[in-house]
Design a protein around this ligand. Structure first.
Ligand SMILES: Cc1cc2nc3c(=O)[nH]c(=O)nc-3n(C[C@H](O)[C@H](O)[C@H](O)COP(=O)(O)OP(=O)(O)OC[C@H]3O[C@@H](n4cnc5c(N)ncnc54)[C@H](O)[C@@H]3O)c2cc1C
Length: 319
């Protein structure tokens, strides 16, 4: 086999990027990165607002990096520049616009299937995250409302009445950003925030105090209708409001079909089963970063998974 890689990494987010960098630094020769987007870090590019402060300590996960790739709190733009530099200085072979469909193993060799052909590797790391498919609510969203029902801030302008649904850091940060130029309501189904970092918690409370954000705690949306091109939102408490736009920030889902197609064993809630080295039930097939978790983790968590996986692969490759 002419082009047989020692390690192929699927997904160019923090876990995938750190994996290829750690592999190169460890002296592993043939390393490949496959990313479905036009560039690395699609989750950061798509879901983080411009100038977002990217926190090193996030959701209470370990904030100490263990491997060669370090990380400090910085702006979204600085983080992307840092990742650019990592890719460039380590001479990584990366293929963009390459969506992987599944991974199969024949003998000792993995076949990585894409619509454009196959790649082959001795070890594969799946680091495709959970934000390829953002979570959607269980109730139906009328298709006619698609332009004003969004999962990130790309289409937002100013002067709108916006409902943000969610209670995590992403939802709060979206609401705070939008509240500078819009009238924002944040709807969260619980009675208090439990997953926010200290800064977001303080900022959202201040924004509420000064009337910048309307907080609707313990509220759940029951259904949405199209009223003259705008979402009419029916809440479970019987109240209803018309908004110009709704933004959902309620996390992402496990790409189950990918994992099933690759014969990865999954546990409760379709979380892939991995051992302490992040190795799946298939020897040489690893899963790291958000995909290995139930509801996503953090950048440092993803970087540390990369370190764990590459250390394990390095130990198994012949010297
Ligand atoms: C709005 C928001 C704000 C956040 N803020 C912070 C923060 O401040 N600090 C922090 O530490 N964490 C933050 N996080 C969490 C952090 O972004 C994730 O934990 C981290 O990005 C996970 O990295 P990953 O490499 O596992 O996956 P991802 O970053 O999701 O990367 C996966 C990559 O795989 C690619 N991909 C997907 N499917 C395929 C396929 N089939 N073939 C090829 N490529 C594929 C994607 O395009 C993507 O580039 C935030 C998350 C969100 C959504």
């Amino acid at each position: 086999m002419k082009n047989l890689y020692d390690v192929a990494v699927i997904g160019g987010g923090p876990c995938g990027l750190a994996s290829v960098v750690e592999a190169k630094i460890a002296g592993i020769d043939k390393v490949l990165l496959l990313e479905k987007g036009t560039n690395h870090s699609q989750t950061i590019r798509t879901f983080y607002k411009d100038n977002k402060r990217v926190d090193k300590e996030y959701k209470g996960h370990d904030s100490n990096t263990r491997g060669a790739v370090k990380f400090e709190t910085a702006s979204k733009e600085d983080v992307l520049n840092y990742f650019d530099t990592l890719l460039d200085t380590n001479g990584i072979e990366a293929v963009f616009n390459m969506e992987v469909e599944k991974v199969t193993k024949e003998g000792e060799i993995f076949h990585i299937h894409t619509s454009k052909g196959e790649y082959h590797a001795k070890n594969v790391i799946i680091a495709i995250g959970r934000m390829g498919k953002p979570n959607k609510p269980l109730y139906e969203i009328p298709r006619s409302l698609n332009p004003v029902v969004n999962f990130n801030l790309d289409k937002c302008g100013s002067g709108e009445k916006i409902l943000v649904v969610g209670g995590g850091n992403s939802a709060v940060e979206y609401a705070l950003t939008l509240s500078r130029n819009n009238t924002v309501t944040l709807s969260y189904r619980r009675d208090k925030f439990s997953r926010l970092n200290d800064i977001n918690l303080k900022d959202v409370k201040t924004a509420e105090k000064y009337g910048k954000i309307i907080l609707r705690m313990s509220t759940d949306v029951e259904s949405i209708e199209n009223e003259e091109g705008k979402p009419l939102v029916h809440f479970k408490d019987g109240r209803e409001f018309v908004y110009d736009r709704i933004i959902y920030a309620i996390g992402g889902t496990t790409p189950v079909e990918f994992l099933k197609g690759s014969r990865v064993e999954m546990g409760e809630k379709n979380i892939p089963l991995v051992d302490e080295n992040c190795q799946t039930n298939i020897k040489g097939l690893y899963i790291g970063g958000d995909l290995a978790t139930r509801s996503g983790a953090s950048i440092v968590f993803a970087l540390n998974h990369a370190n764990t996986i590459i250390s394990h692969i390095n130990d198994t490759l012949p010297a």
